[in-house]
Design a protein around this ligand. Sequence first.
Ligand code: FAD
Length: 458
Amino acid sequence: MDKNIVNELKGIVGEEWVIEDIDRMLGYLVDETAELVRPPPSRDVVLVKPQATSEVSEILRLANKYRVPVFPRGGGTGLVGGCIPISGGIILSLERMDRIEIDRDNLMAVTEAGVTLGRLIEEADRAGLFFPAHPGDEGAQIGGLIACNAGGARAVRTGVMRNYVKGLEVVLPTGEVLDLGGKLIKNNTGYSLMHLFIGSEGTLGVITKAVIRLYPKFGATATLIIPFNDRKNAVKSVPKILQSGIIPLALEYVEKDLVEKSAKRLGLTWPCRDGKAFLLIILAEADEDTVYLQCEKIDSICKENGSLEPLIAESRREQESILKIRSEIYSALKPETVDILDVAVPPASVGELMDKIDEIERRYGTYIPVYGHVGDGNLHPHVMRKEGWSMEQYEKIKEEIYMAATELGGVITGEHGVGYIRRKYLRLSLSEEEIEVMRKLKKLFDPNNILNPGKVVP
Ligand SMILES: Cc1cc2nc3c(=O)[nH]c(=O)nc-3n(C[C@H](O)[C@H](O)[C@H](O)COP(=O)(O)OP(=O)(O)OC[C@H]3O[C@@H](n4cnc5c(N)ncnc54)[C@H](O)[C@@H]3O)c2cc1C
């Protein structure tokens, strides 16, 4: 990295917030992508930690002037190599921009990009409000969550990040600051530029601040675990639950060996002894009676499909520990995982997708654990390590799963995004015309291709 550029960066953010020593930034060179598919980072990088939007703007102006790549980084929990510096340049960590204010009257949070998901949940709770979304790792930051349009377990009723973002402050790769939207529920003024940045994975602009919609606390919540001996019966029950008029916060599918492995790693216990396949349902309503009625209704729907005795967790601790076990399945499987996929299909096709994955598993004589957000049609099949297998064999399986999803009208990614590692598969989900429009947009926002180059757009 050019010494003059490093000195100019020090002039912008202060000497102590520019880190050149590679040993002090090793944790910033990776994310949570499984090791075998994670791109190798460049070591010709400098780590910069601005504290204000004006500093981010100056950094981008400088980078644009000297044509230096900039890699925005949040919590580094991404699963597709999105924040990894794949070439020399500046790692832009937003972690110091972590101010948050809760506006109770408007039920909104105004947060800087570096606020973590854990802190947003906590601050909303302290103000007597609730942030429902729960993309598994609470160390993810608002900027990263919005840049990835993250989803997670509690998205059935209140949606993914896009449904929460009402305002955004974004710095363009050329340094201009855009203040988009605001504390508004309705806003139809001009093109919705804000939504272009949501899900743009750090390629169109750097998110510095956001207005996030919050919800009132629900009067009563319960987490229901419905065990089945047969996966097909579990999956068959999902549309019936949704048709009955109950819209849970979360409707997840998990399997016994996976939750037990995750629980063991966390030092927790999966509370349900019976069954091999489970529906995990989070209910949230105004009062306990409604929650109980819903539990009974769900139990009777599932019993018609052969479910066993359900378990109802009501205490906050118990519910949190069940969610934690579910959220950390990936971490438990990670050492044996080649790649975690996040294909999405129309919700009613989830069972068919699972059958197709079973068939791929049989044909290749390998193990493909599958779990995920069945209520949203979004599954996580894991491609697992197998003795003596080459990368080509793993890639073949991945491609087959992607094809299975797209044949059902689905897409290659419903949550984690394209990042670096999914670019070569983008054409399975998008047409040449769509990709060309994306290229033109990228050029419009980032004429010198300095912001997260080599990501998303093939
Ligand atoms: C155990 C575990 C469970 C997970 N569960 C889920 C889940 O249920 N649902 C789900 O959707 N995801 C899940 N994830 C993936 C991950 O948490 C999300 O993708 C999250 O949105 C990443 O946020 P981050 O702050 O860690 O971003 P990073 O990993 O740091 O970056 C991700 C992308 O966002 C860009 N970016 C980061 N900050 C900014 C910014 N301020 N401005 C512009 N671009 C930026 C980066 O350049 C990169 O392209 C899980 C991950 C783990 C490890």
